[in-house]
Ligand binder design. Structure first.
Ligand SMILES: [Zn+2]
Ligand SMILES: [Zn+2]
Length: 372
């Protein structure tokens, strides 16, 4: 069977995406072909486009998506053609070491690849094209492992649900699963982008008594207030006001610092700030990364002596088979909202524009949407 469609291919680092017809392979019995409905443009892909996270062209970026199954390999069971599935950025194979000990967010099917992703399509020039992060969502179709598709039972639109495998899981999961925010706690959230704004909503739901958002961009700060932030503190665009922010967060929290401090921004300066804005013994959660090879310098006394717990939030430590549906139902019931987080949608041919508007912070989240 031959499946052809449009894709935005990263042919060369720092060059415009190549919008071209490619042919998806159907030779792996453990994969499915998913017709893409929508894929969020994630700020991570600004860095991927610049070559800062080791992606190897030619490749299709886009590490979260939603769509419907149009082809299944011979070994694929438990799914059906036409089924709508979420494609998050992390698989859950169920039998690797990490899945077997319950730490599915470190599944070996993705992380043991060492950044060498499978070739899933062929260009008209014969070039083998990989899917970055094992998704490749900026294309009309995707070739996905049967361990990385999760059926969704919902009437919600695909544009909203496309964020499940990226901003929603990372933002909501950071609060519920990683930080485990308790009622009455103070929470500082550094960065109110498409991840931090979900975290603000989750912190409110968890019963945080005080939510302090650290954000320099006005539009995002106003959105955070709408979602329940009690105070906004600006760190300056390059975090040059970090010391003042730390002093202000401490002032707002009885001189101590926040009970929970969550970084959702990316720069190492934001992670250092999140640590220093927290109280002794706080849970400090890191979700972002700046560029490959970046080093984080943090003070020794505040970490080794003062009992702060630094926790990583890869994919919000979610269990996809249960959490995706739960988060979907929370959106359906109005407990979580995408209002204002989706800035606009783009055709896949406009991927360069989506990248520019993400890199300039004009878009909170642009969604690459496809006819379906
Ligand atoms: Zn696994
Ligand atoms: Zn992402």
């Amino acid at each position: 069977m031959s499946i052809r469609g449009r894709a935005a291919v990263l042919r060369a680092i720092n060059e415009p995406f190549s919008i071209e017809e490619v042919e998806w392979k159907t030779d792996d019995p453990k994969r499915v072909i998913v017709k893409t409905h929508a894929s969020p443009f994630c700020s991570t892909d600004v860095k991927n486009w610049k070559g800062q996270l080791y992606k190897i062209p030619p490749t299709i970026l886009g590490h979260a998506s939603i769509g419907e199954i149009v082809w299944m390999g011979a070994d694929v069971e438990g799914f059906r053609i036409g089924q709508r599935v979420s494609v998050p950025g992390t698989p859950e194979c169920g039998h690797c070491y990490y899945c077997s000990i319950g730490e599915v967010w470190q599944c070996g099917e993705l992380f043991d690849l060492g950044g060498i992703y499978p070739d899933i399509a062929v260009g008209d020039d014969g070039a083998e094209i990989s899917c970055a992060g094992c998704v490749g969502g900026y294309a009309e179709y995707m070739s996905i492992s049967m361990n990385q598709i999760f059926p969704l039972d919902s009437d919600l639109d695909s544009v909203t649900l496309s964020m499940l495998g990226c901003g929603i899981t990372a933002g909501v999961g950071s609060v519920f699963n990683v930080a485990q925010v308790k009622p009455g706690e103070s929470v500082a959230i550094v960065g109110a982008g498409h991840l931090g704004l979900w975290a603000v909503q989750a912190a409110r739901l968890a019963g945080a008594s005080q939510i302090i958002v650290v954000e320099w961009q006005e539009d995002r700060a106003r959105l955070a207030e709408g979602f329940g932030a009690d105070a906004i503190v600006s760190p300056g665009r390059d975090y040059e006001l970090g010391d003042e922010v730390v002093a202000e967060v401490r002032r707002l929290t009885g001189g101590r610092g926040a009970d929970v401090s969550l970084e959702a921004a990316g720069p190492t300066a934001a992670q250092r700030l999140a640590l220093l804005a927290s109280r002794r013994g706080a849970r400090v959660v890191y979700t972002g990364f700046e560029i490959g090879g970046a080093q984080l310098t943090i003070p020794q006394v505040e970490t080794a002596l003062q009992s702060r717990q630094i926790r990583s939030s890869q994919n919000g430590q979610v269990h996809m088979r249960s959490d995706l549906q739960r988060y979907t139902e929370m959106i359906e019931r109005g407990l979580l909202s995408a209002d204002g987080i989706v800035t606009r949608t783009y055709d896949v041919a406009e991927l360069d524009l989506a990248r520019d508007n993400s890199g300039s912070f004009d878009d909170v989240c642009g969604i690459i949407a496809f006819d379906h």
